[in-house]
Structures are given as structure tokens and as C-alpha cells.
Design a protein around this ligand. Structure first.
Ligand SMILES: Nc1nc2c(ncn2[C@@H]2O[C@H](COP(=O)(O)OP(=O)(O)OP(=O)(O)O)[C@@H](O)[C@H]2O)c(=O)[nH]1
Ligand SMILES: [Mg+2]
Length: 203
């Protein structure tokens, strides 16, 4: 397994804003989860789905895991994913992100291939994008400590780690309108997405 062989899909949230479980979002009759898996297979040889509904993935040939530290939010999923990962760095995405940009994934890999870091995350102004980021297997214990001291914020964890940040300007070259970080949190997000991207899904 190479250094960057693993992708982790987080699918264990509450989906309270969407009103139905986001791991079952469909884009023109295809499950977004299946579209994501298909995209990620182009670049990763291990895919780990961290879900709260194991029974829904019986037909999936990839690794499926559930949270060890439950009800802790995305970091709970990242924790298990990294624990299960066979490679040093894992690419972490949310199950509600329909526009994964494989060219950008390759760019990130290239940036960090000779670095020894805890993660690689993209900046957006003063904000950061915690998903569609790489994290190192070495931070499993940091996450555990963070969650066990009742902190859930991914941002406050990253502040304490050695993260390589990619500047917004660089990332915009790959996605001028930032749609590679789009995530569908509400029904409105979803219908807007279906309207705007209809033509892209003819492929
Ligand atoms: N494994 C796991 N994934 C989670 C957990 N909480 C959130 N996620 C995932 O993290 C990603 C981003 O989370 P949000 O969009 O904030 O998800 P959410 O909690 O499902 O939705 P809201 O209730 O609307 O905030 C999504 O892919 C979620 O499925 C969790 O406790 N465990
Ligand atoms: Mg979201």
C-alpha cells in the first residue's frame, strides 16, 4: 500500500439540516455514495466508509466501519477511518460532497509527498476546508484525546497540529467557483445542485 492509498468517506452524521440521511442522497437516480466511490477508485486503492448504518453496505466491496467514539461528529468518523487505514495519509471526504476534483487530489499529493506532516488542508480566506483534505494516521491518538476531553471541533484540533495549508489562490486554479468543496446540507442545496449541474451528469 502506498503512502496515499486510502480515501475515507464520512457517513455517520445526523443530517438534521437535510431532513433525511445524507448518505442516501441520489443524483438522478444514482446514489451519491456510489458516484463518490467510483470517483475515488480512480485514485485510491483502499476506500473506507465510516457509517452509522453498516447494514446498508452489505453489497459494497470496500471496507465499512462504524464509529468507536459515538455521537462526536465528523472527528469520530475520521478517528476510525485513520485507525483502519493502511496508508500513512488518507484523503477524507464527506458523503454530501458531489464534486470531488481528482486533479486537485493529485496536486495535493504532489505538494506533500516529501513532507512529514499531520495533514494537508485548503484555506479559504481565514477559514479552512476540513473535508477534501489529507490527514496522517499519526494523529489517531490526538483525535482520541481531543474527543475524550469533550472537544468536537476539528478546527481547534488542527490548530494544535502540524498542518500544511494550501492557499485559496492555488486551489482556485482548480475550482474557480470553489465548487469542489460544495457540500449539500439542506434540501435547497440539493435542488440547486440538481438544477445547476444537470448537464454534467449526462456522463
Ligand atoms: N462517522 C461519522 N461521520 C459523521 C458524524 N457526524 C458527521 N459526520 C459526517 O461528516 C460530514 C460533515 O458533516 P455535516 O454536514 O456537518 O453533517 P451532519 O451532522 O450529518 O448534518 P447536520 O446535522 O445537518 O449538521 C458528513 O459526511 C457526515 O456524514 C459522526 O458522528 N460520525
Ligand atoms: Mg456538510
Amino acid at each position: 500500500m502506498e503512502k496515499f492509498g486510502t480515501a475515507i468517506i464520512l457517513a455517520g452524521g445526523k443530517s438534521s439540516r437535510m431532513g433525511f440521511d445524507k448518505q442516501f442522497i441520489e443524483i438522478h437516480e444514482k446514489r451519491l455514495m456510489d458516484i463518490l466511490i467510483h470517483e475515488l477508485e480512480k485514485e485510491f486503492d483502499e476506500i473506507i466508509i465510516v457509517t452509522n448504518k453498516l447494514q446498508c453496505y452489505l453489497d459494497v466491496t470496500h471496507k465499512v466501519a462504524k464509529d468507536i467514539l459515538k455521537e462526536k461528529g465528523p472527528l469520530g468518523g475520521i478517528h476510525v477511518g485513520l485507525k483502519e487505514a493502511s496508508s500513512k495519509y488518507s484523503f477524507v471526504v464527506a458523503c454530501d460532497m458531489p464534486n470531488i476534483n481528482i486533479e486537485y487530489v493529485k496536486y495535493m499529493k504532489k505538494q506533500i509527498e516529501n513532507m512529514n506532516i499531520d495533514g494537508c488542508v485548503t484555506k479559504c480566506g481565514n477559514w479552512i476546508e476540513p473535508f477534501s483534505s489529507f490527514y496522517s494516521k499519526d494523529i489517531v491518538n490526538n483525535i482520541e484525546k481531543h474527543l475524550l476531553s469533550n472537544k468536537r471541533s476539528i478546527y481547534s484540533l488542527l490548530e494544535k497540529l502540524n498542518i500544511f495549508y494550501i492557499e485559496e489562490k492555488e486551489a482556485r486554479k482548480f475550482s474557480p467557483n470553489w465548487d469542489m468543496f460544495l457540500n449539500l446540507n439542506t434540501k435547497e442545496d440539493l435542488s440547486l445542485y440538481l438544477e445547476n449541474y444537470f448537464n454534467n451528469w449526462s456522463r
